[in-house]
Ligand binder design. Structure first.
Ligand code: CP
Length: 316
């Protein structure tokens, strides 16, 4: 089966997962985002790059950051944006996903950002999209969230450019986390020194997702000497059964607090993709503390999504 996301010339045609991309693809997108981010501080922060193009946000799961930042990114590139309201659409009358795509394609929409509960939905749409139409995965099940992986890599690179020297700890519900998977793909491609995973054993996957990563048996082991700490949300909506005793037990065993953060390198940065369960995976003091770059991640998401759309629509 042909690779759905790379075209015959080696360029990214659709963005479904960072797995299978090259380091050069990632660096190119990060460099493009860096160039576009300069614009963010300007009084007039619009570029005519995607004038006349239409971007559709097709979200079948809730979102604050991803949906809004794709909308802002598209608007800053002068594209028109449609925020497709699934709950008020004909999908509720039984219209298929494919007919929904074809209907919107017939209205000359150019790029679809797709979020869905089911793994593989963006890839399915990419394989069935009309020529020239672009699909970008905005997060599918626990499979992939490639633009989050890119914005996390972008944020880390701004603070710590030499990935080969870094120890990155990823802590929490890795089993259900598409963010962790995409972060691991990006970190591996960028040659990260050590990727250390930690969490309750019921929330650690044992598949290819964690190849090449080390496993820490406690949060203390995970954070000691780390340069970057990525905390993850407990994704109870994806748990078939209760996999943790309680939020309080989880916080006690795996939550990041000031005392635990003190074991990391003094200049370590703390990340979280959001939304945060405050007091569970991270305390207020750490989330809002001097080492937190959580809201930088959000800001960087706009530039990264601008870069992805500009590149995939061939406008830069
Ligand atoms: N990080 C992330 O995907 O956040 P949203 O669910 O708010 O988009």
């Amino acid at each position: 089966m042909l690779d759905p996301q790379i075209d015959q010339t080696g360029n990214i045609r659709h963005l479904i997962t960072l797995d299978g991309l090259s380091a050069a693809h990632i660096v190119d997108l990060l460099d493009t985002a860096e160039a576009l981010s300069v614009m963010a501080g300007r009084a007039v922060n619009k570029l005519p790059i995607l004038r006349g193009r239409t971007v559709v946000n097709l979200f079948f799961e809730p979102s604050t950051r991803t949906r809004t930042s794709f909308e802002l990114a598209a608007t800053r590139l002068s594209a028109d944006v449609v925020n497709f309201d699934v709950s008020a659409s004909s999908t509720k009358k039984g219209e298929t996903l494919l007919d929904t795509l074809r209907t919107l394609e017939a209205m000359r929409c150019d790029l679809f950002v797709v979020r869905h509960t089911l793994n593989g939905t963006p890839e399915f749409l990419a394989r069935n999209a009309a020529p020239g139409v672009v699909i970008v995965n905005g997060g599918d099940g626990n499979h992939a969230h490639p633009t989050q992986g890119l914005l996390d890599a972008f944020t880390i690179r701004r603070h710590k450019p030499d990935f080969s020297q870094l120890t990155v700890a990823i802590i929490g519900d890795i089993l259900h986390s598409r963010v962790a998977r995409s972060d691991i793909h990006a970190l591996r491609l960028l040659g990260t020194g050590e990727i250390r995973l930690a969490g309750p054993s019921a929330l650690l996957p044992d598949d290819d997702a964690i190849l090449g990563c080390s496993i820490a048996s406690s949060i203390y082991e995970a954070v000691t000497g780390a340069d970057v700490i990525i905390t993850l949300r407990l994704q109870k909506e994806r748990m078939q059964a209760a996999l943790i005793e309680s939020d309080a037990d989880y916080a006690e065993a795996w939550g990041l607090n000031d005392a635990r953060l003190a074991l990391a390198k003094p200049d370590a940065i703390v990340m979280h993709p959001g939304p945060i369960n405050r007091g569970v995976e991270i305390t207020d003091a750490v989330a809002d503390g001097a080492q937190s770059v959580i809201f930088e991640q959000v800001s960087n998401g706009v530039a990264v999504r601008m870069a992805v759309m500009a590149r995939l629509l061939g406008a830069m």
